[in-house]
Every structure is written in structure tokens, then in C-alpha cells.
Design a protein around this ligand. Structure first.
Ligand SMILES: [Zn+2]
Length: 246
């Protein structure tokens, strides 16, 4: 996974078979205050026009067609939507239309861009013979089986785990630790859970051979990323995107 820059922003990018996985930062947008500056989410109080401008900026910088971006109202579940064409009405370039409730997207490599919004949760991109998937992975979604469902749906051979809260900053309760106890040891130190290690183990169990991990903690890197735990509910959202590389 490498840092890229353009259009005034920076992002992390990983090459997957026939696809790009892109993980955005908070750098180079037009939002202010707690949303400073490349906030991509409309649900936490930022001005809609600024979010629209930020979404355009990210798409222009990364070479993604905004009309081909598919999103969902994320609910920390394991549901994955299969997209066979652009969303209608298009929720990404023109926020307002209520997208479906889901935490994962399955697309082909024709140029549709599957996108999830995150601020501590892990964005996980998958590529396989049946297509591409982008997953929003908090502990609830991981416990509900979203990684296995996504890997199976695309026949995943490769994955990229983007920036999220690290084991350094993610103290959880006993019920969360208990949810992952069946996966075996090495995923937590005391109450500090390593969410990326959980995702990696689930990917390995699903037969995914090639796994790249950003290894960046969003709460430690507040200059670069939005963090729900670091900044509270009034913060922005960055994106994880997977799109065919043509
Ligand atoms: Zn940290």
C-alpha cells in the first residue's frame, strides 16, 4: 500500500487483481472546524455543499467517476448489496436520496466504485474472480460475519485493510472480546482489541491468500484521519473505495 497525492489531497492506495483500493484522508478539502477538511459524510452536521465539493474533489484527484460511486446507509450489520449499475438516484454526487441500508457492496470491474464511509471502523476491500467488494467493518459487522460473506461473494483471492482504530487506542468491553474469542488468541492485549488482526484472521479463514494492511491508527493520526473515538460524534468521515482498474 502506497501514499499517493494529487488535487491537494493524499490517499493510500493498494493494487488488487484488476482493481484499485483507495483509502482517503481528511487532507485537502473545504470543510471547517471538526469536519476539517475533506469530510465525505453528510450525517454528522457538516454543510451539505461542502460535502458535495469534497466528494467531487476526491473523485477528481483519484480519477473516479462520481456517477459510478455506490454507497449505503451503514448500520453495522453484515448485509452486502449487489450493484449491477449506477445508483438511481445517485446518492454520492447528490446526497439526499436515502440509499439502501447495508455495510457492504459488490461490484464488477466495469468502473462502478464501491465506497464505505469510516472514522475508526475498518474499510476492507476485496477482489476475486466474481468481482470486487468494499466492506464497512466495525466490531459488530465483523462479529456478524461480513468478511466471510464478502469473501465468498466475490471468490476473494486478495484484500486490502485500510486505516482504522489500532490496538493502541481501542479498549473494548468483555462482550466484544467474547465475540472474537472463538477466533483464537493473539487478537487482543487485555481489553485492547486489534480490529485489523481480527479482519486479517477472518480473511485468512475465508481463504484469502494476499492481504495488505495499512497499519495506521486513525485515533493516533488525527492530523490525517477522522476518528470517532478521538474526536467524538462531531467529526467527519473518510472513505474506503474499490474500483476496477480497467
Ligand atoms: Zn492508536
Amino acid at each position: 500500500m502506497d501514499w499517493r497525492e494529487g488535487g491537494g489531497t493524499r490517499w493510500l492506495e493498494a493494487a488488487l487483481p484488476g482493481a484499485r483500493a483507495i483509502f482517503s484522508t481528511r487532507l485537502g478539502g473545504v470543510s471547517e472546524g471538526p469536519y476539517s477538511s475533506l469530510n465525505l459524510g453528510i450525517l454528522t452536521g457538516d454543510e451539505r455543499d461542502r460535502v458535495v465539493a469534497n466528494r467531487q474533489r476526491l473523485c477528481a484527484a483519484t480519477g473516479i467517476d462520481p456517477e459510478g460511486v455506490v454507497i449505503a446507509r451503514q448500520v453495522h450489520g453484515a448485509r452486502i448489496v449487489v450493484h449491477e449499475g449506477p445508483q438511481s438516484p445517485p446518492s454520492w454526487p447528490a446526497p439526499g436520496a436515502d440509499p439502501p441500508e447495508a455495510d457492504g457492496h459488490l461490484v464488477d470491474r466495469s468502473g462502478l466504485a464501491a465506497l464505505v464511509l469510516v472514522a475508526d471502523c475498518l474499510p476492507v476491500a476485496l477482489a476475486g474472480r466474481e468481482g470486487l467488494a468494499m466492506l464497512h467493518c466495525g466490531w459488530r459487522g465483523l462479529a456478524a460475519g461480513i468478511v466471510g460473506a464478502g469473501a465468498e461473494a466475490v471468490g476473494a483471492s486478495a484484500a486490502a485493510i485500510g486505516p482504522g482504530i489500532g490496538a493502541c487506542c481501542y479498549e473494548v468491553g468483555e462482550e466484544v472480546l467474547a465475540a472474537f474469542a472463538p477466533l483464537g488468541p493473539g487478537l487482543a492485549a487485555g481489553r485492547m482489541l486489534d480490529l485489523a488482526a481480527v479482519a486479517r484472521r477472518l480473511l485468512e479463514r475465508a481463504g484469502v491468500e494476499r492481504i495488505e494492511v495499512a497499519g495506521v491508527c486513525t485515533r493516533c493520526e488525527l492530523e490525517t484521519f477522522f476518528s470517532h473515538r478521538g474526536e467524538g460524534p462531531d467529526t467527519g468521515r473518510q472513505a474506503g473505495i474499490v474500483v476496477g482498474s480497467g
